[in-house]
Design a protein around this ligand. Structure first.
Ligand code: ADP
Length: 398
């Protein structure tokens, strides 16, 4: 079965077409500037040329139509016609407390995703738009929703509750939800395979470090805690998000700058993190370069990031009363050997011993700890699209 995986943003749409008979990638691409003018970059994996041109996309419906046109075209295509696409899997950011697993989309599911819009006002509407656009263009092809929050629904109350008046939880659903669940689920499964042990008997800590970053404590294959919270701003300092800060700060800033809370919240999301501290940028490569050239704020931002990751790993080792393996994934986790080494300097007390030679090597799923390290350190490239396609296949095939 061939499965189209869709990740819809407010003005963008990322896609991959996978052949699930052998889990191979047939094509991938990105629509940008939807609703503005429109641009499609389509990359077939079968040797046909890349298409990289402006295409009018007044709405997501035209974007999906353009994607299907390219997937089936003689020049850029990878399938003969649309009927070869057996199902569509959608990344949906927020499933609230309603979804602890992926689901086939029907009217009731659509209504439940709508109900979660207040919890993710920027993301869920875009995901809904993507699903509706697929329905409009593809008719009855089954569609599946895979939620960023679902994997975290196994957290116990002591981990997901905030110590604020209980009615804010019951009436307004304020609690820790966590994000990047699809990634944490995938890399923890791969880590268990790499370790050659059943996931049910492992205590793992997964560090997803990209532009957005989160850490997840996974005990016996189930999430027991995670660093992002009610929204993705919580936890670690990130590319542009502040991570955990004293909650009195926004009010203090409003009172002393004359800015309103929306403006401050926007600054905490988009102008903070390593960008805000360094003044250099949000890309860890730029920061590493600047720090190497003597930029002290860039060095401070990187130190703060490594320190926050290490503190959270320590907290989760305590939460699980032990840890067998620590996983690094996503853009920074997979590629930034220097950052991994900085973090691991804090972790020797746990019995996690980095092997510098292994850490320097690039590759797929791999150990970067010494052979006799009590706690295994691993780099596992994430693959959220593959998880979405696997879930979609499993649900559609019943
Ligand atoms: P997103 O959260 O947008 O999916 P990614 O997981 O792709 O992000 O990660 C993006 C981040 O990965 C960028 O901040 C970039 O600096 C970082 N990154 C990518 N390659 C490297 C590298 N070789 N060294 C350091 N950082 C890298």
């Amino acid at each position: 079965m061939k499965i189209l995986v869709i990740n819809c943003g407010s003005s963008s749409l990322k896609y991959q077409l996978l052949d699930m008979d052998d889990e191979s990638l047939l094509a991938k691409g990105l629509c940008e500037r939807i609703g503005i003018d429109g641009h499609l970059k389509h990359q077939p994996q079968n040797g046909k040329p890349t298409f990289d041109e402006d295409v009018a996309m007044p709405t997501h419906t035209e974007a999906i139509a353009a994607v299907l046109d390219k997937l089936t075209s003689a020049e850029y295509g990878v399938v003969a016609d649309m009927s070869e696409i057996g199902a569509v899997g959608h990344r949906v950011v927020h499933g609230g407390e309603k979804f602890a697993a992926s689901v086939v989309i029907d009217d009731a599911v659509m209504a439940a995703i709508e109900e979660c819009v207040p919890l993710a006002p920027l993301h869920n509407p875009a995901n809904i738009t993507g699903i509706n656009a697929c329905k409009a263009v593809m008719g009855d092809v089954p569609q599946v929703a895979v939620f960023d929050t679902a994997f975290h629904q196994t957290m116990p109350g002591k981990a997901y509750m905030y110590a604020i008046p209980y009615e804010y939880y019951t009436d307004l659903k304020v609690r820790r939800y966590g994000f990047h669940g699809t990634s944490h689920r995938y890399v923890s499964g791969q880590a268990a395979k790499l370790m050659g042990r059943p996931i049910g008997e492992l205590k793992l800590i997964s560090c997803h470090m990209g532009n957005g970053s989160s850490i997840c404590a996974i005990d016996g294959g189930k999430c027991v805690d995670t660093s992002m919270g009610f929204t993705p701003i919580a936890g670690l300092p990130m590319g542009t998000r502040c991570g955990d800060i004293d909650v009195s700060i926004p009010d203090y800033l409003c009172q002393n700058t004359g800015k309103d809370v929306t403006t401050i919240t926007n600054e905490l999301n988009k102008k903070s993190g390593v960008l805000g501290v360094s003044g250099v940028g949000s890309d860890f490569r730029d920061l590493t370069k600047a720090a190497g050239e003597g930029n002290e704020r860039a060095a401070l931002a990187l130190d703060m990031f490594a320190y926050a990751v290490a503190k959270t790993v320590g907290a989760y080792a305590a939460a699980m009363n032990g840890v067998d393996g620590i996983i690094f994934t996503a853009g920074v986790g997979e590629n930034d050997a220097r950052m991994r080494a900085e973090i691991c300097k804090y972790l020797t007390y746990l019995g996690a011993e980095l092997c510098p030679g292994c850490n320097a090597k690039k590759g797929e799923d791999r150990f970067i700890s010494k052979a006799d390290s009590k706690v295994k350190l691993m780099v596992i490239p994430t693959n959220e699209e593959l998880v979405i396609a696997r879930d979609t296949k499993a649900l559609v095939e019943g």
